[in-house]
Design a protein around this ligand. Structure first.
Ligand code: GDP
Ligand code: IMO
Ligand code: MG
Length: 429
């Protein structure tokens, strides 16, 4: 039995959905530990694409139980839509999805506040997904949040909703000059969620701890990535939760001594959506169009992703803050046609070489990447299933990642489909 955290090492969209889906083949339970419907996790099965926002990516394996942990912020409207969509494809969700009674709810005012804040001041804009994530976590920490458990008690729910809507309407009116929300309408809508969500509600911390005691295999699925972490990311251009390894324990209610492995999902290059510094970003290079090659458009918002070279400073930072046991390197095939591929091995700032990831934004913004250049393999890799069969230069590139980070690679993804995957058996490439 084992408990494995699967989390993102860069700015999200590393391919966590695909990796969780393939690993869940052997897992009894997959639990999401943070974030909300800002996530877009793609799983492709025999050409059919599924995009998951709140439900763990294990749901497509019929034998896996899925848990939405206490660390997740749940938009009931998005959740019910997602359940309906998955069930419409013939996949059973009822009886296989458990939702923590301690998880916080995203309310309509969270979404309005998120969007209003983003449009009010262009200089402060983060480029959020507009899903209400930041304001929902603010309310949680401010002890004003409404939790799943509150849906079970109509009177308390009504009292809390009235208090919250009144307070938020004042902010919407006075600060953002927007119309407030109708209290009655929201109360009627949310008391209805009680019946719809009730069958899924559970004390998921107890459930997971019992499962661990019974020797079951568990995956803890992160959303977003290390550099979007509210503590370790490129603050303030981050999300409002803790996607890093440490967030997994508090996000599902298990102790750190129960975790056996941390699989860091990392793209063979780098992408980011939204604002903020990105040292290895490629600007207008006619020879290297990673956005087109990798089809880099957001799974949640459809926004074009910013693209750049693999950054070993970031990879090392991810190893450090997450305690990564091994990497799953994704989207290797996207580099198949390139003549040369660069890896950033350090930054230069004011003439000085830096190898640790800077915490000060103005330093990061002015860092110049120091690159090593590797010859491309200029051959297709999507059909490859064994490490030995990869082109020599692809193996050299992966070996460089392993050496620069002193971290083994356990999985290589060479296409979006489930099957387009190479598992590394031996610990040394
Ligand atoms: P996540 O948020 O980390 O789950 O990643 P996303 O689903 O947002 O983005 C990853 C995208 O890359 C999705 O469209 C996947 O279908 C796709 N993908 C995942 N692995 C591979 C791969 O190895 N090669 C290619 N070409 N696409 C991949
Ligand atoms: P997955 O799980 C990529 C980014 C947004 C924005 C910042 C804050 O699919 O990897 P938020 O709405 O969370 O307040 O936005 O975080 N962001 C993501 N970028 N993948 C994601 O999720 C993201 N979730 C949020 O673009 O820059
Ligand atoms: Mg995504």
């Amino acid at each position: 039995m084992s408990v494995t955290i699967v989390m993102g090492c860069q700015w999200g969209d590393e391919g966590k959905g695909k990796i969780v889906d393939i690993l869940s083949d052997k897992a009894d339970i997959v639990a999401r530990y943070q974030g909300g419907a800002n996530a877009g996790h793609t799983v492709v099965i025999s050409g059919e694409k599924f995009i998951l926002h709140l439900i763990p990516s294990g749901i497509l394996n019929q034998n896996t139980i899925c848990v939405i942990g206490n660390g997740v912020v749940i938009d009931p409207v998005a959740l019910l839509e997602e359940i309906a969509l998955i069930e419409s494809k013939g996949i059973k969700v009822r009886g296989r999805l458990l939702i923590s009674h301690r998880a916080h709810l995203i309310m309509p005012y969270h979404k309005l506040l998120d969007q209003a804040k983003e449009t009010k001041d262009a200089e402060q804009k983060i480029g959020t997904t507009g899903r209400g994530i930041g304001p929902a976590y603010v309310d949680k920490v401010d002890r004003m949040g409404i939790r799943i458990v509150d849906l079970l008690d109509r009177e308390t729910l009504k009292t809390k909703l009235c208090r919250n809507i009144e307070a938020k309407n004042e902010i919407l009116n006075k600060i953002y000059e927007k119309d407030g929300l109708n209290v009655e309408g929201i109360i009627n809508e949310y008391v209805e969620f009680d019946q719809k969500i009730d069958p899924y509600i559970k004390d998921t911390s107890t459930f997971l701890n019992e499962a661990i005691r019974d020797g079951r295999d568990i995956l803890l699925e992160g959303a977003q990535g290390t550099l979007l972490d509210v503590d370790f990311g490129t603050y303030p251009y981050v999300t409002s939760s803790s996607p890093t390894g440490g967030g997994a324990c508090s996000g599902v209610g298990i102790g750190p001594t129960k975790v056996d492995n941390v699989t860091g999902v990392i793209k063979a290059y780098t992408t980011r959506v939204g604002m903020g510094p990105f040292p290895t970003e490629i600007h207008d290079d006619a020879n290297v169009n990673l956005r087109e090659l990798g089809d880099e458009f957001g799974a949640t918002t459809g926004r074009p992703r910013r693209c750049g070279w693999f950054d070993a400073v970031i990879a090392n930072y991810a190893v450090q803050v997450n305690g990564i046991s091994s990497f799953a390197v994704t989207k290797m095939d996207v580099l198949d046609t390139l003549k040369e591929i660069k890896i950033c091995v350090a930054y230069k700032h004011n003439g000085k070489k830096i190898t640790s990831f800077p915490s000060q934004l103005h330093i990061l913004e002015n860092c110049e990447p120091v690159y090593e250049t590797y010859p491309g393999w200029e051959a297709p890799t999507t059909g490859v299933r064994h490490y030995e069969d990869l082109p020599v230069n692809a193996k050299k590139y992966l070996e460089a990642i392993r050496t620069l980070t002193n971290t083994d690679i356990s999985i290589i993804s060479v296409g979006s489909d489930r099957d387009e995957t190479i598992f590394i058996k031996s610990r040394n490439l």
